[in-house]
Design a protein around this ligand. Structure first.
Ligand SMILES: Cc1c2[nH]c(c1CCC(=O)O)Cc1[nH]c(c(CCC(=O)O)c1C)Cc1[nH]c(c(CCC(=O)O)c1C)Cc1[nH]c(c(C)c1CCC(=O)O)C2
Length: 325
């Protein structure tokens, strides 16, 4: 997760010349950065270099990265919500679709390419809070004072994101991941009532899309982070893969989601700050804990930190490839 990024010197070299958004908006550079961890780490999949917030370009909502995202005009009132423009992601985010094509060409089938978007709740949270948040009070204010308005906002977002992901699939991605990074901000009742139906619609719409030249839909990975009390609810959505964050043991997660599901995760990215020997041990723990799943995709349980030594990331990948022996 965030396998391309600031922990790689070759990424920082490109970023010293262009801003983060310019990088996202320049397909050739986005493709180059996407491939950096493939070359260095020997990982088994590439994830498109982009960000969940570029979708705001199809809504004329401004976003800046300083380096955390900031929206100069957050959406907080009825008038703000009603004034939103729900654009055409395929036409207006053509640079993303071109980045997908450039990545596929550069990868030449070495490894599959994963496209992505934010889940409706996480994307709407950035829209409402205007950036990251500790308490999500603006989101909760809107949700609890104007539930119908909140519902319409989430429904429109889910629709926009479905068209966005389908665009990425038609441009060539081999799987998609939906990031609900802030799912844990709500209690289980509100998550189930106000978030999950929109996530489900998004997943099911993407799963109903069979792209030209394929005979089945591409797999959908759903990652909801935070309060692992919601994992059972998240698993009710029929995503092909259930992402698991690092706050729970993988064995416990499998008990919750069921042994008939494919799981992805969940090494604590902080473990990469330890020695290669420690990393190897912890990788083996995750592999052992995942043994009861239908299938397991090894991954970090959240984004890699920018102070990570790339050699340690490589030690992790090597340990995964070595397996339990
Ligand atoms: C919440 C979220 C965002 N973006 C994303 C999420 C969901 C996953 C998660 O929970 O982390 C998703 C994302 N962002 C980025 C990717 C690229 C693909 C990859 O290599 O995994 C992906 C999949 C690049 C990025 N997105 C961002 C960077 C750093 C930008 C830089 O080069 O300065 C990268 C490589 C910026 C970004 N973008 C976002 C934040 C909070 C930040 C600041 C992070 C920080 O400062 O550490 C929003």
């Amino acid at each position: 997760m965030r396998q391309a990024g600031r922990y790689l010197p070759e990424y920082r070299a490109i970023r010293s010349k262009v801003s983060f958004l310019e990088l996202c908006r320049t397909p050739e550079l986005a493709a180059e950065v996407t491939l950096q961890p493939i070359d260095r780490l020997d990982v088994d999949a590439a994830i498109l270099f982009s960000d969940i917030l570029v979708v705001f370009d199809a809504m004329d909502v401004a976003v800046e990265f300083k380096p955390g995202p900031q929206l100069p005009s957050p959406v907080r009132t009825r008038a703000d919500v009603e004034g939103l423009r729900w654009g055409e992601p395929v036409g207006e985010l053509e640079y993303v679709m071109n980045a997908v094509r450039a990545c596929k060409k550069a990868l030449a089938d070495r490894v599959p390419l994963i496209g992505f978007c934010g889940a409706p709740f996480t994307t709407c949270s950035y829209l409402i809070e205007g950036g990251g948040s500790r308490d999500f009070l603006e989101v909760k204010k809107l949700l609890f004072t104007e539930p119908a308005l909140f519902r319409s906002l989430m429904a429109n977002m889910s629709d926009l994101l479905a068209r966005y992901l389908i665009g990425q699939i038609d441009a060539g991605v081999d799987a998609v991941q939906i990031f609900d990074s802030w799912a844990g901000a709500l209690g289980p009742r509100d998550y189930i009532e106000h978030v999950l139906p929109h996530t489900r619609t998004l997943v099911e719409r993407v799963q109903a899309h069979i792209p030209e030249g394929r005979d089945q839909p591409v797999p959908v990975i759903l990652f909801a982070r935070g309060n692992m009390n919601i994992l059972g609810a998240t698993a009710q959505v029929p995503a092909d893969v259930v992402g698991v964050d690092w706050s729970i043991g993988m064995d416990q997660a499998i008990e919750i989601v069921g042994s008939d599901r494919v799981v992805q995760g969940n090494l604590d990215p902080g473990v990469l700050l330890g020695s290669p020997e420690l990393i190897r041990d912890r990788v083996r723990d995750v592999l052992r804990e995942a043994a009861g799943a239908k299938a397991h995709i090894f991954n970090l349980g959240h984004g890699i930190s920018r102070v990570t030594n790339p050699d340690h990331a490589k030690a992790m990948v090597d340990a995964v490839h070595e397996g339990l022996g």
